[in-house]
Design a protein around this ligand. Structure first.
Ligand code: UT7
Length: 305
């Protein structure tokens, strides 16, 4: 479709494979599948869910949150919910929000999902973006804990002066859809890859190191480093800066590409499936995305293992 090679994609990004939704499937379908699996694994019923938060930049509709559609699809009759838009940092933002809701004591079972149907906004004539992004979603179910489990610390940032470097230029209130915006292909994602790359390398590494220092930890104290999966070179740079060894760093960008808000929860799920997560393990999440948004999070895993 575009002037590229398999060798270029592998060597510049680490991506070997990406997954796309089937025709007719949207973000809420992936997210509802995630929610159903969370209910199955935790043995909870849909009626026990108090809150659903979906981090996504590719909602099914501009009006009506993806969380509302998930609520309906899984029959969570006692829940409320909302979406969070923070591009690739979305899941970390949503996790922080969901955890605070549980800590408040008002909500006991909170589903937090990160997912994006990037194929719905990809211009398959633009080699700068079409080789990178894939579709995917993942999630967690949060509940109160008697132990010191959950989010121990987080450092989150936003800097909107970077908004123009990674965005969908039209379709919002700033530039509503028109014949002209469609003709100019402004409903697809635009990325200034080089600028985003530089900002990502610098800030994802910095914020990961900062949270370690702040908590008196070093890389070897962490069981698993779970960075946003945008480009293997960005992950390697951040891991090196934090003193992580190869076996501490979760990498699956080779299998899924960049699924935006989906990358971190998909990594967590794979680690869980592979039995790499044990109660009490320290996890370090790090993300970077459009906005710009970025952040790190220190978690003591207390999940079912
Ligand atoms: O998750 C949200 C945040 N997003 C990111 O973190 C993505 C960050 N950016 C990146 O991962 C990288 O910048 C890219 C993978 C997007 C691009 O890699 P790069 O090594 O930074 O390439 P570049 O943009 O510096 O471009 C180098 C060359 C250019 O050609 P010229 O101008 O030197 O002739 C590009 O046109 O590579 C060209 N190029 C490609 N060539 C073959 C760009 N995309 C492709 C492609 N195939 N797909």
């Amino acid at each position: 479709m575009v002037d590229t090679t398999d060798e270029w994609i592998r060597s510049r990004t680490g991506i070997e494979k990406r997954h796309l939704v089937s025709e007719g499937e949207a973000t809420s379908d992936m997210a509802a599948n995630v929610a159903r699996q969370l209910l199955e694994r935790s043995g909870k019923s849909p009626d026990e869910i108090d809150l659903i938060i979906v981090a996504t930049s590719t909602p099914d509709y501009l009006v009506v949150s993806t969380a509302a559609l998930v609520q309906d699809k899984i029959g969570a009759n006692n829940a409320w919910g909302f979406d969070i838009v923070a591009a690739c940092t979305g899941f970390v933002y949503a996790l922080e929000t969901g955890a605070k809701m549980v800590e408040s004591g008002r909500y006991n079972n909170v589903i937090v999902i990160g997912g994006d149907t990037m194929s719905s906004i990809i211009d398959y004539t633009d080699r700068n973006t079409c080789v990178i992004f894939g579709d995917g979603a993942g999630g967690v179910l949060l509940e109160p804990s008697e132990n010191d489990y959950g989010i121990l610390d987080s450092i989150l940032h936003i800097d909107g002066s970077g908004h123009k470097y990674l965005t969908v230029p039209a379709g919002g209130s700033a530039r509503p859809a028109s014949k002209e915006t469609v003709e100019k292909r402004l409903h697809f994602i635009y990325q200034d890859g080089k600028t985003v790359f530089k900002f990502a390398v610098k800030n994802m590494a910095k914020v990961s190191k900062e949270i370690l220092d702040k908590n008196g930890l070093v890389g070897s104290d962490i069981k698993l480093f779970i960075p946003h999966q945008a480009n293997k070179r960005i992950i390697d740079a951040a891991a090196k800066r934090c003193g992580m060894k190869e076996d501490q760093v979760l990498i699956n960008v080779n299998k899924y590409g960049n699924t935006t808000a989906g990358t971190i929860p998909i990594c967590i799920d794979e680690a869980w499936e592979e039995k790499r997560l044990e109660e009490g393990d320290l996890l370090l999440l790090a993300a970077f995305g459009g906005g710009f948004t970025w952040g790190s999070m220190l978690i003591r895993w207390g999940g079912i293992s």
